[in-house]
Design a protein around this ligand. Structure first.
Ligand SMILES: C[S@@+](CC[C@H](N)C(=O)[O-])C[C@H]1O[C@@H](n2cnc3c(N)ncnc32)[C@H](O)[C@@H]1O
Length: 278
């Protein structure tokens, strides 16, 4: 068989695998970026000592623990505290003054991974005097990372980098005031997470989560194809109050979205948008 035919068969197998996952488990990866999904699936085939994607399909249908491992492969949870510090600087300057005019706020972190971003945001809100009146929702479709995020405990090995990020992000205090540390971990102060609700939510298969004043959904859309980005952006638009803010990742864009015109650009580089009054 030629190489081209092999690739073709592999694509058919992949299609069937994604269909099987959806039918059996309700997770929908059919419109994730194909290159990303294929890479991760082939990685799982190799890790399980299997010969083909079809064999993996058989395994995931009959052994939920194999499916669990595949989901973990498919959800890339790379994150950090004060990731892209300039983004936080821009939020302080351009978004916070508007948020300050509200008596009560709701902020949704969609695709929050292990929670570093949520705690960074809580620190920023605290320094701006807004944390007490903010309800923070933090969601992800991966239940394992949600469990981790809920704890607010992060490995100490990154703390130097996070401290530098915090300072670049315009942090006003001494970063170490926000946590206590032991040999391995930093444990963030409980008052930061007082108003946080952690929940499982799948942006592809679940509906509007809550009506909120700001959505932070950074570095999640990159894994989706254009159609799916469009669909998810629509869900985000529906979840925002008029005048609410949407923050995407630096490599993400509203450009392919039919909702593009429904936003005013607040910071083109940092991908911060404001839902227009219609
Ligand atoms: C690269 S992380 C980004 C984390 C954080 N927002 C940041 O920018 O540092 C992407 C996250 O999106 C989540 N994700 C992927 N598909 C999702 C979906 N359909 N619904 C909700 N979360 C999803 C993954 O589990 C992962 O935790």
């Amino acid at each position: 068989m030629g190489e081209k035919e092999d690739v073709n068969i592999e694509n058919i197998e992949l299609e069937l695998l994604l269909q099987a996952i959806f039918l059996q488990y309700g997770y929908d990866f059919r419109e994730y970026s194909r290159a990303h999904v294929k890479r991760r699936v082939k990685h799982r085939v190799a890790q399980e000592g299997l010969r083909s994607i079809s064999e993996l399909q058989n395994e995931i249908l009959h052994r939920p623990e194999v499916f669990d491992r595949l989901v973990r492969d498919l959800s890339i949870n790379v994150t950090e505290m004060f990731r892209n510090p300039d983004f936080y600087k821009s939020v302080r300057k351009k978004v916070i003054p508007v948020l300050k005019t509200y008596p009560y706020l709701k902020i949704w972190h969609a695709g929050c991974a292990t929670g570093e971003e949520v705690f960074s945001f809580a620190i920023l809100l605290h320094e701006e005097g807004l944390l007490e009146r903010t309800q923070i929702y933090a969601t992800d479709f991966n239940p394992y990372v949600i469990e981790q995020a809920r704890k607010g405990i992060f490995p100490i090995r990154y703390i130097k980098e996070y401290t530098a990020n915090y300072q670049k992000a315009g942090g006003r205090e001494s970063f170490s005031d926000y946590y206590h540390a032991n040999d391995e971990w930093v444990i963030f102060n409980k008052n930061l997470s007082k108003n946080m609700i952690f929940a499982e939510h799948n942006l592809v298969t679940d509906g509007v989560f809550a009506e909120v004043n700001m959505i932070v959904c950074r570095n999640v859309l990159i894994y989706f194809n254009r159609e799916l980005q469009n669909k998810v952006l629509h869900l985000l638009h529906e979840s925002l109050v008029t005048g609410g803010f949407l923050a995407l990742g630096t490599k993400e864009s509203l450009m392919f979205s039919s909702d593009e015109k429904k936003y005013k650009v607040i910071d083109a580089k940092q991908k911060i948008f404001k839902k227009k009054y219609e």
